[in-house]
Design a protein around this ligand. Structure first.
Ligand code: SF4
Ligand code: SF4
Length: 403
């Protein structure tokens, strides 16, 4: 049974629950409501395509090649109609590189015309000056440019040669067009976590907002995990840095660090299947963007009853909305703050779901990662191209975003 919330955004105050700023009392009431699940997801990510002109080594969806079974334009429109009926007021569109789909701008316009706001994530390759002006003129579209370092050397080692310059160019176009508050999104790795001050300065320079997310061992990230995930000392530095900067957006990324003391702003619980879910390019619905695996597939928008039935009636989501066992973390005095960490991070490092987070700040996860590595589940899908790509700037075919 899901709790009724007429407008999932009414209490959030912002279009996406990146950083919920609430009193402790409201926060705990809201957290209980969220744990039981809501009538509609607050944070719905929709990966429109697995096609991508980059091949980032940590890509959570192992993107590269388009899946021939992708939802058609009319199927995607039908999903948007359904989201409108469910009062999902905001979706996060990603991929792959979503702007590669030839109907991307049409679908963005279709969504906003139907009262569904859009935030889309892009590597910036198709944000030229004209597109930036169109985006700046819309009240219902937000943009998130992904980079993975404050300089080309750090970023391009992860995202591919030339990708830093292209992302910077896109940021410049958005800034010049007067688009304030677009997001610069950075996955925190061992190699860029020391650059948070420079990243903050970059966001300030472009009149943008900084969004830091946690590196999870999903997709190709499972293979690059050991090389890229932050050290314990770096996690502690990041925690203190974030405590001083509640304006930096983090979503549910770092609640495992709240075991270090004062809780960080943001969503302090795993919202998978409760307030968060993902629709993938072929319409399959997963509990969250970081668990693309059959075990966390709840159904498909192509099934009878569509997305609404999956969200409200799937067995998997009902299970995730039940109180979860604290398992091995039960005796830890920090469980209320840390909640045992991220389900996806545990799953793809071979740790039981009721075990500690692989990056547990008390050090309980690491020995398990090392002993469990043989039993690590493989990601269910891999759309990687067979050979790494060199970045090529592609000109947009149809980038008209109707006002
Ligand atoms: S599994 Fe991890 S990434 Fe997914 S919703 Fe839960 S905490 Fe967030
Ligand atoms: S033992 Fe579990 S609850 Fe305690 S800090 Fe580690 S992951 Fe969090």
């Amino acid at each position: 049974m899901t709790a009724t919330v007429t407008s999932p955004l009414a209490f959030a105050g912002t279009p996406a629950p990146d950083n919920l700023v609430l009193s402790p009392v409201k926060r705990s009431g809201l957290a209980d409501q969220m744990k039981a699940g809501l009538d509609a997801p607050i944070c719905l990510t929709w990966e429109l395509t697995y096609a991508c002109n980059l091949q980032c080594i940590h890509c959570l969806s192992s993107s590269g090649r388009r899946d021939p079974r992708e939802l058609t334009t009319s199927e995607a429109e039908a999903v948007i109609d359904e989201l409108q009926r469910m009062q999902v007021f905001y979706i996060n569109i990603g991929g792959g590189e979503p702007t590669i789909r030839s109907d991307f701008w049409h679908l963005v316009n279709y969504a906003t015309d139907h009262g569904v706001g859009v935030k889309f994530s892009t590597n910036g390759s198709r944000i030229d000056a004209a597109v930036a002006r169109e985006l700046a003129a819309s009240d219902y579209v937000d943009v998130q440019i992904s980079i993975d370092g404050a300089d080309a050397a750090t970023n391009d080692a992860v995202r591919g040669e030339g990708s830093f310059d292209v992302a910077q160019q896109a940021m410049k176009h958005l800034h010049d067009a007067g688009f304030s508050g677009f997001k610069i999104s950075v996955v925190m790795t061992r190699h860029n976590i020391g650059q948070v001050d420079e990243l903050e300065a970059m966001a300030r320079r472009f009149n943008a907002e900084l969004r830091l997310t946690r590196f999870r061992p999903s997709g190709r990230g499972a293979d690059s995990w050991h090389e890229l995930h932050p050290t314990d000392a770096q996690q502690r530095q990041l925690y203190r840095w974030l405590l001083d900067r509640p304006e930096v957006l983090t979503g549910d990324s770092f609640f495992h660090l709240s075991a270090l003391g004062e809780p960080l702003p943001g969503l302090n619980l795993c919202g998978a299947g409760r307030v968060v879910c993902l629709i993938d390019p072929i319409g399959d619905v997963y509990a969250c963007p970081f668990v693309l695996h059959d075990e966390f597939r709840a159904g498909s928008v192509r099934d009878n009853g569509g997305f609404q039935r999956v969200w409200q009636d799937s067995e998997l989501f009902a299970e995730l909305r039940e109180p979860q066992s604290a398992g091995a973390c039960a005796s830890c005095g920090h469980f209320d703050a840390c909640q045992g960490g991220c389900m996806a991070a545990k799953f793809f490092t071979g740790i039981p779901l009721d075990g500690p987070d692989p990056e547990c700040v008390l050090g309980h996860g690491e020995p398990l990662v090392n002993s469990a590595s043989a039993a690590r589940p493989s990601p269910a899908l891999d759309h990687s191209r067979p050979t790494p790509v060199t970045f090529l700037h592609q000109n947009p075919d149809d980038t008209t975003l109707r006002r």
